[in-house]
Design a protein around this ligand. Structure first.
Ligand code: SPV
Ligand code: MG
Length: 293
């Protein structure tokens, strides 16, 4: 299954291209297919969105094997490269390298590993975000690189600003993670403006490509990211949140009206469902492989 051309595609988007790249969140086969159909060139398998779609909290409640299973469905449903949110790697260096190998086997093109401690908590929840020791986390990164080499893009994610540390700490960590073999740095911020991100890029000076997740600072125009020579923007959870809002509306309406008539114009038609999932391919295959009566 492992397809090195997908890894090359993701490497081109994150590491080689001078153009700003965009990764769209997917949390299952359907959201992956929809993102590809819309025209995105790469996917982010979001931990938050996958947890949410499974009914879990983004606190390592889903196991690594559940994550790997979902990633397989995502990878099978798209021709796009998938960067997987690997959280902290589900433990120490050994768990992290096992996760990375399994993700690779199931079709991932890259993994993002964050310097949090197990069990992690979503970056936007509460203010307890203990950071991993720099050397220990660097060992997780090196172990992943040693066991997956160039077959998997490794993005090292820094949670220092989320955890309330200063820019010096973030930069110190970025250099350590670059030394450990990361292919790119993801710098995360929970501020509603991009000031921290821009300040980081000024000091960082493009030693490695920079990936960002503008969930909270969504008002910043992407021109600011181009100006700061940011490599990749991740739209991290928006299909999941769109689905949540749409499902809530539909449930409320059907419950209240005891009818589906008024919501029909607002939901996907069955023909759209069959078209997206290529039911016609199955009909052709049946004609070819089933015995003719
Ligand atoms: C995710 O999508 O799971 C992320 C991004 O890690 S965030 O929720 O912003 O931490
Ligand atoms: Mg996450």
């Amino acid at each position: 299954r492992a397809d090195s051309s997908l890894t090359d595609m993701l490497r081109a988007q994150i590491c080689s291209s001078s153009e700003l790249s965009f990764l769209m969140e997917a949390h299952d086969g359907l959201s992956a297919a929809i993102a590809e159909r819309a025209g995105f060139k790469g996917l982010w398998a979001s931990g938050l969105s996958i947890a949410c779609s499974l009914g879990y909290r983004d606190a390592n409640e889903a196991s690594w094997s559940q994550l790997v299973d979902v990633v397989e469905r995502i990878a099978d449903s798209t021709t796009l490269p998938v960067l997987v949110d690997g959280d902290g790697g589900f433990g120490n260096f050994n768990n992290a390298r096992l996760l990375a190998r399994k993700l690779r086997q199931r079709g991932a093109a890259g993994v993002a590993l964050e310097d949090s401690c197990f069990p992690k908590m979503n970056s936007f929840v509460g203010d307890r975000h203990p950071l991993a020791d720099i050397e220990e986390f660097s060992g997780r990164l090196r172990a992943i690189k040693d066991s997956t080499a160039d077959d998997l893009i490794l993005v090292a994610r820094i949670e220092a600003l989320i955890a309330g540390h200063d820019m010096d700490e973030a930069i110190l960590r970025a250099h350590a993670y670059a030394d450990a073999g990361a292919d790119a740095i993801l710098i995360h911020s929970r501020r509603t403006a991009a000031d921290e991100i821009v300040a980081f890029t000024r000091v960082w000076q493009d030693r490695l490509p920079v990936v960002i997740v503008p969930t909270k600072y969504y008002r910043t125009p992407v021109s600011a990211y181009r100006k700061s020579r940011i490599s990749t923007v991740i739209w991290a959870n928006h299909s999941m949140r769109a689905a949540m809002a749409a499902m809530r509306q539909v449930c409320d309406r059907i419950l209240a009206e005891e009818s589906t008539a008024s919501i029909e114009p607002n939901i996907a038609t069955l023909d759209e469902v069959f078209e997206l999932l290529k039911y016609d391919e199955l009909a052709h295959a049946e004609a070819r492989y089933l015995p003719h009566p």
